[in-house]
Ligand binder design. Structure first.
Ligand SMILES: [Cu+2]
Length: 159
């Protein structure tokens, strides 16, 4: 009986030492999530732009029915441009909230643009990349070639 008491006493002392005796408690690690997030997530978007004389996309009435492209805010955007027209065309995102002059003059009004792909010759294809605006909202897209806006326009929705 005495021997059993001794064993129980030693065991409890050992347990106390293991649990509470340590001066610097080791923090319990947080539970490991089942799906670990990647170190850096790159949000990307690809936009297809078809250019005609003188409108974007399928509907020739860009004023009443402007084509819409979408991109997440701050995303790396790849723009695949295809000029199927017989004239030069551009695809340019206008800064948010600016008043666009009619006609848009590519030389004088460049500072109103957030980004432009650059002028494509008739029949030319090109791929360009830019970083989408960090501010969500609706951005006007225009062709900067003199006289093509407002006939040739669209919208970039930043989400
Ligand atoms: Cu154009």
């Amino acid at each position: 009986m005495r021997r059993l008491f001794l064993v129980v006493t030693i065991l409890s002392m050992l347990m106390l030492a293991a649990c509470g005796g340590s001066a610097t408690p080791t923090p319990t690690p947080p539970p490991t999530p089942t799906t670990a997030p990647t170190a850096q997530q790159v949000i990307a978007a690809t936009l297809d732009v078809i250019m005609h004389d003188i409108y974007f996309g399928d509907d020739s009435n860009n004023i009443a029915n402007p084509p819409v492209w979408r991109a997440p805010a701050g995303a790396e955007v790849t723009v695949n441009l295809d000029n199927q027209g017989g004239l030069e065309h551009n695809w340019a995102v206008v800064k948010k909230g600016v008043e666009l002059p009619v006609p848009f003059m590519p030389d004088q009004n460049k500072d109103l643009l957030y980004w432009e792909a650059g002028v494509l010759q008739a029949g030319q294809k090109d791929s360009e990349t830019f970083t989408a605006p960090s501010e969500p909202g609706e951005y006007i897209v225009i062709c900067t070639v003199a006289g093509h806006y407002p006939a040739m326009q669209g919208r970039l929705i930043v989400e």
